[in-house]
Design a protein around this ligand. Structure first.
Ligand code: ADP
Ligand code: ZN
Length: 402
């Protein structure tokens, strides 16, 4: 078992570690991040006020716009020379939000992803076809690091190029598929169109899917077509990337690695902390992040937390598969899209009117379309269409039909 000791921590030891790390992280964030110091001041809290795990509730929330407002690196808690890597994710308007990692952060993230692969049953000798996008998005490299951590072979095919994807899947006998669930559902159909008989031609045993919500129906379809066992993985760029939660063999929720993340649920309207088992917005406190120690980060994801021991022997609490979001963020093929980003682009093009419509369809591949309004003489102007399309692409990172 990879990182066995951490995976099998008993509740008492887990709580002791959590408190130790929480107090250290709070001191670190308070000392080095002006925003944290200011928020603590406003709430009349000091690092010394955090004496028990429950005291985490005294800490003010951090939200996505805090990252945007401090673009690019205003909430860094270490000198920039200590950074090993940067990633970016969509913000709520034109600018992305930037994620920073020290060497220690990258090692921790790799270890969390290693556990994630391990829980899903991936071992040395497995061949992992990583169909998450490599680049600024944390999916590609995150899953890459995880495969490396458990000693599996990784094929970094990244997204798209379906024909080549399927050819390599067959010829290299990939045993593990990592991708967005929507792309895997698309491959169910595409592989038949390309003349493959999935169960006969492919060697997939395990699937790791995440980065967007997906239904039990989608899971069943993927499993039926490919004859693999599909695990749901949860994460987000702000919390390293993928690797926050993973379904074990019992698939009764996703274990959250609670020696690295304290998880709470709150009422999204009032901010009130909810009891375990109640549905609400997930809030995470990172327990050892060096570069960007986010405290009580509001995810906007709706779920519930179960603290009972799981039959697998792990005491890391479980979260229910994500039900939806408490904001208006859309996820199109794993890519986050905020209506405000689209609006921001359209409002900056003078010949467009104020009204617009965003259409997300999930036929075959997930697709995004935008309807905008303009004067009659501009209606079929190819230059205008092109301008909108390329501005949208620049901000969203995905193509939208206009
Ligand atoms: P990533 O897409 O790599 O997980 P992002 O930061 O781009 O990271 O997006 C994070 C958001 O994606 C989460 O807040 C959540 O809404 C969604 N998400 C990630 N994993 C899942 C999952 N397994 N199920 C449902 N939603 C998910
Ligand atoms: Zn379990």
């Amino acid at each position: 078992m990879f990182d066995r000791k951490a995976q099998l921590l008993k509740p008492k030891e887990l709580k002791r570690l959590q408190l130790l790390k929480l107090r250290k992280t709070v001191r670190h964030a308070y000392r080095n991040v002006p925003l944290v110091r200011r928020r603590f001041g406003e709430a009349n809290v000091k690092p010394e006020s955090i004496r028990t795990l429950e005291d985490v509730q005294k800490i003010p929330f951090t939200v996505k716009t805090d990252l945007r407002d401090n673009y690019p690196l205003g909430i860094l808690a270490v000198p920039q020379t200590r950074l090993y890597c940067l990633h970016a994710s969509s913000g709520t308007t034109g600018k992305p939000i930037i994620m920073a990692y020290t060497r220690g952060d990258l090692e921790r993230w790799s270890r969390l992803m290693g556990r994630t692969f391990d829980v899903a049953g991936v071992r040395k000798g497995d061949i992992v076809q990583n169909m998450f996008g490599y680049g600024l998005f944390t999916g590609g490299l995150g899953f890459h690091y995880g495969a490396r951590a458990v000693g599996a072979t990784v094929i970094p095919t990244s997204t798209g190029n379906t024909k080549r994807q399927l050819m390599l899947m067959k010829d290299l006998r990939s045993s593990v598929a990592a991708s967005t669930p929507s792309y895997m559902v698309y491959l169910c159909e595409a592989s038949r169109v390309e003349g493959y008989e999935p169960k006969r031609d492919f060697s997939l045993k395990i699937g790791l899917f995440g980065a967007e919500p997906w239904s039990e129906e989608a899971r069943k379809r993927i499993e039926d077509v490919f004859g693999l066992r599909a695990h749901d993985c949860y994460g987000m760029s702000e919390l390293y990337g993928p690797g926050v939660g993973i379904e074990c063999e019992n698939r009764n929720g996703l274990h959250v690695w609670s020696d690295e993340f304290l998880v709470e649920t709150i009422n999204p309207d009032t901010g009130e902390v909810l009891e375990p088992g109640k549905e609400g917005e997930l809030v995470f406190t990172m327990l050892s992040r060096e570069a960007m120690p986010l405290l009580r980060y509001r995810t906007r994801d709706l779920s519930r937390v179960f603290e009972e021991e799981c039959e697998c022997g792990r005491y890391h609490p479980r979260i229910q598969r994500i039900k939806g979001r408490s904001d208006d963020m859309l996820i199109v093929g794993g890519v986050n899209v905020f209506p405000s980003q689209v609006e921001h682009v359209l409002m900056n093009i003078p010949s467009l009117g104020d009204q617009y419509q965003i259409i997300v369809s999930h036929r075959e591949l997930a697709q995004l379309a935008v309807k905008a309004e303009t004067s009659a003489d501009k209606l079929n102007d190819p230059a205008l269409l092109k301008e909108i399309q390329s501005d949208l692409f620049a901000v969203l990172g995905i193509r939208a039909e206009v």
